[in-house]
Ligand binder design. Structure first.
Ligand code: NAP
Length: 249
């Protein structure tokens, strides 16, 4: 069945792969990111393949922007009943060097963003009596040096997910989280730059720690999100699926 999906942070990386995958699954997809113009490539990939997509510029941490964006999706693509909270940033630093702004901005985009988007979209899901929410967590939720802010946000995403599952289940809405390990994207390129290692070397070093012996790619995550969004996943809710090539990456 065709639904309307919103994928946040979908201009690139995991969000772009997820938007493309959900469109291939038959859904109309709102490609939401900070700058509408940056969504053009993802929208073109979807429409070139015969799908339906809409570029939407919005900051997920801004309540008014979120309300306006969801209203625009409803008007132009149809009431959204699938939501993937993927938008994210990193501001890594050891605790003693971490600024208040590093802390606030990371918590704001990941957690406040997922809260605002979920609150806006659940209204349409409850009306439809059907919905899927998938939140992007991370293996960093288990703790990661230099990421006190990000680890706290990604652990928070898991608590949010489980609570949404409990509150919204009676309306036919499931909420699950995907927790990726090391995935090759601009975000991990940023980490390689910060620690002064070339990306190829960084990928090889990280892949050596992964039981399946390779790095992850955005399509690996998109496939897991697609499962949680499917009709047949209706009895799977409040779960966290680590997609990391092993139990920890
Ligand atoms: P990415 O390549 O950096 O893409 C993130 C996207 O989110 C960017 O297009 C960015 O826009 C957008 N964004 C940032 N702040 C936003 C905001 N306030 N409102 C709307 N959009 C915003 O990241 P990625 O690696 O694909 O990661 C996607 C998600 O997976 C994130 O939640 C991340 O924490 C999680 N994750 C990634 C990995 C990994 O190894 N890559 C591992 C675990 C979890 P701009 O380009 O304009 O900044």
């Amino acid at each position: 069945m065709t639904r309307t999906a919103i994928v946040t942070g979908a201009a690139r990386g995991i969000g772009a792969a997820t938007a493309t995958r959900l469109a291939a699954d038959g859904h109309a997809v709102a490609v939401l990111d900070l700058d509408e113009a940056h969504c053009a490539d993802t929208v073109a990939a979807i429409t070139d393949a015969g799908g339906r997509a809409l570029a939407v510029g919005a900051n997920v941490a801004d309540a008014t922007a979120v309300t306006d964006a969801v209203a625009r999706v409803e008007a132009e693509l149809g009431a959204p009943t699938i939501l993937v909270n993927n938008a994210g940033i990193i501001r890594d630093n050891l605790l003693f060097k971490m600024s208040e702004d590093d802390w606030d901005s990371v918590l704001s985009v990941h957690l406040r963003g997922a809260f605002l988007m979920s609150r806006a979209v659940q209204a349409h899901q409850v009306t439809a009596g059907w919905g899927r929410i998938v939140n992007l967590s991370s293996t960093s939720a288990l703790g990661n040096r230099g990421q006190a802010n990000y680890a706290a946000a990604k652990a928070g995403m898991q608590g949010l997910t489980k609570t949404l599952a409990i509150e919204l289940g009676r309306y036919g809405v499931t909420a699950n989280a995907v927790a990726p390990g090391f995935i090759v994207t601009d975000m991990t390129r940023q980490t390689a730059e910060r620690i002064g290692v070339g990306m190829d070397e960084f990928i090889a070093a990280r892949a050596a720690e992964v039981p399946v012996g390779r790095a992850g790619y955005p399509d690996d995550i998109a496939a897991a999100v697609s499962f949680f969004c499917s009709e047949e996943a209706g009895f799977v809710s409040g779960q966290v699926l680590y997609v990391a090539g092993g139990p920890r990456a």
